[in-house]
Design a protein around this ligand. Structure first.
Ligand code: SF4
Length: 290
């Protein structure tokens, strides 16, 4: 039996992650160490390889002193932390994704013009925290439809959204908030690359009978892709090729592979190779037992 393996066209890093890694590598030349505030991306394999190149993840700036180099990840950071870094006179490499920067600016503008600002997203996500800090105390995070339903009526508000949020869920929450106020400005700040990935996973998951969703287990955008894919087809959330087992592939005719924004294309290619290898092996074993 021939098995088709279909890899999503947008697999691999998004432009924001690619830029952050490039800036980190360019800065970490010679003896220069670059400290990133938290892992530069949500992918343990890449973080490990960056450490070997002097790009070290730290939880906070307490242990750093003047002259040390700090890289701000593509998610961005809070305004307070940015001020603290400047006060400490650390060298800053700002790798905040331009699309996240735009969302931060929009939040500031909405807070200047509306009495409330709702940021739809995962409240503990660093990107959302960074955006929230720019809302002049008027911004609030809404993480679910239930939270939106509990909101009191309001006169006017601005709404924006985490760049990697699921589009359908964003619309659902916006519809709920629209019932609560009269003057509402909606800014859809979901990035185009996220939309492309989401559309791709929705379409591909209808064409295959097994989907591998590849990404770090703590990557929020990969989780969203997995949720979408699981609605249509058996989906497996994996980080490495070693997680593929022959049992998963039994009887499958079309296998899809999609990846989160912080998954290297190399990992996706190795996963494809592993699937092919396992299929070949089981074909051989099948012939032997006939
Ligand atoms: S997912 Fe979009 S907004 Fe987020 S880092 Fe990548 S390109 Fe930037």
């Amino acid at each position: 039996m021939n098995v088709d393996i279909i890899k999503g066209a947008s697999c691999g890093f998004c432009s924001g992650v690619m830029r952050a890694i490039k800036l980190a590598r360019e800065a970490a030349q010679g003896d220069v160490r670059v400290y990133t505030l938290g892992p530069v991306i949500h992918n343990p394999q890449v973080v490990e390889s960056l450490e070997k190149s002097n790009i070290i993840s730290v939880d906070d700036i307490k242990g750093l002193s003047g002259g040390d180099t700090v890289l701000i990840r593509s998610h961005g950071i809070t305004e307070e932390l940015e001020e603290e870094i400047r006060r400490k006179k650390l060298n800053i490499i700002d790798a905040t994704c331009p699309k996240v920067k735009r969302a931060q600016r929009i939040c500031t503008n909405l807070a200047e013009n509306y009495s409330k600002v709702f940021i739809i997203g995962i409240s503990e996500h660093p990107e959302v925290q960074g955006i929230l800090s720019r809302g002049s105390g008027r911004a609030k995070v809404i993480s679910s439809l239930e939270e939106a339903a509990k909101e009191e009526k309001f006169r006017d508000a601005g709404i924006l959204v985490q760049t990697t949020y699921r589009t359908e869920k964003f619309y659902e929450i916006v519809s709920e908030l629209l019932k609560k106020g009269r003057v509402i400005k909606i800014e859809n700040t979901i990035c185009e690359e996220t939309i492309t990935r989401q559309e791709e996973v929705s379409e591909l998951s209808l064409k295959v009978d097994l989907m591998y969703v590849v990404g770090g287990k703590n990557s929020s955008n990969t989780k969203r892709l997995f949720e979408s894919s699981s609605k249509n087809v058996t989906s497996l959330y994996i980080e490495t090729p070693e997680e593929i087992s022959p049992r998963q592939l039994t009887g499958k005719k079309r296998i899809g592979i999609v990846s989160g924004a912080s998954t290297p294309i190399d990992t996706v290619n190795r996963i494809e190779e592993r699937i092919k290898k396992e299929l070949k092996k089981s074909k051989k074993e099948g012939k032997k037992t006939k």
